[in-house]
Design a protein around this ligand. Sequence first.
Ligand code: F0G
Length: 446
Amino acid sequence: MKTFRLRCIDSRCGGAFAADQKLFQCPRCGELLDLVHDFRGLDPQQLRDTWRRRHSSWAPLDLSGVWRFREILPFPPADYPSAVTMGEGNNPILEAPRAAAHAGLRRLRVKHLGWNPTGSFKDCGMTVAATQARKLSSRWVACASTGNTSASMAAYAVRSGMKPVVFIPEGQIAYGKLSQTLDYGALTIQVEGDFDVAMRLVRELSQETDLYLMNSLNPFRIEGQKTVLFELLDQLDWKAPDRIVLPGGNLGNSAAFGKALAELMQLGLIEKMPRVTIVQAAGAAPLFTMLREGREDMRPLAHAQTRASAIKIGNPVSWRKALRALKISDGDCQAVSELEIAEAKAALGRDGIGCEPASATTVAGLRRMSQGEGTVHLDAEEDVVAILTGHQLKDSEYTVGYHLGTLEGLDPSRFRHANRPVKVAADKERILELLGETGATRTASG
Ligand code: F0G
């Protein structure tokens, strides 16, 4: 028998609640909630074998890189048939040799969560949160978003007959993301203000109405996102890397990774704890600032600033859980500049691996660390996996802006990977000349 319940993350409060309630914060003290599982009786080798075996199945639950790991999800087997899934997860690990060189590493692997159904890691959490929302007979689901959460939530909501309501900061989300939300039919509320303002509004509204909140405050989101590391470790044959590096915005994913690592250890699935490195954009780095100043309380930033709009967040709701992830993994937090983000993204591009700007903070952070400019030093031999969180086409304005040298606030003469398109007349001789300059030669028949 599977058992799980909601528990307040503050052990002094100790609040514990049944998981089938609509709760997004502790009703006693207002802190975040965790889903806690009783994993007694689960055998690590049996789990590994079961999860591997499911790779050869075409059943929808087995095809999902989230539901494949359903033993560690907070649902009894009776709920499995009503899972809302689109085959999320199953994201590859890719070698990134040019990005490795950029980061000062001998080898770097990236796990690309941008290759999910709606193009971001949010789908891994949303499949679980949508399943819970429907289980609680919710009609309306809501979130505040810098774009990816809203795109993902809207898709999973409409697929399961719920109405999505999204709160987005007006004029501050990338077009790729806005277009998805509109296509999926979400009620799209453009709030005058930034993400933090939108987040506060939707949090209050979900307490006062029957809107079901789908931000990462919702512990079911975290449960889905934790499977990313179960899948990663399965792909690595359960040999933990030295370090896992991910971007930090609202810090829900960092929270999920911390919980995943704690459970992987508790279940006996891994022997070594990898270090977690969270990377924030320097203009939106309240966690980084708190740690650098040696404080234990996060001071929200009034106006976060970064062109990596996905992580333009000054008051991340899950900071306490992210801090917990760093503590259990002996991890660290880095902050990177706008130029560093742009250069790292372009370096990943040269590996044939696009991503959105927020994802590139990972490679930028690694570079800082290996150059001795981070808060900890990175050895070139470390076995590192970088988590890329969003698809390149989410924010193509940014990419084109980089290559054309029109990215606001940045000096294009410092872009080392800029690749400007060449304008030529429709003249074959001129084009042959141009190709000749790149080293291409005429064949005998040409
Ligand atoms: N990368 C991408 C592409 C994101 O969209 C986000 C967050 C993050 C990283 C940071 O993850 O918030 O869990 O620390 N996007 C949210 C959204 C805020 O609304 O789409 P986090």
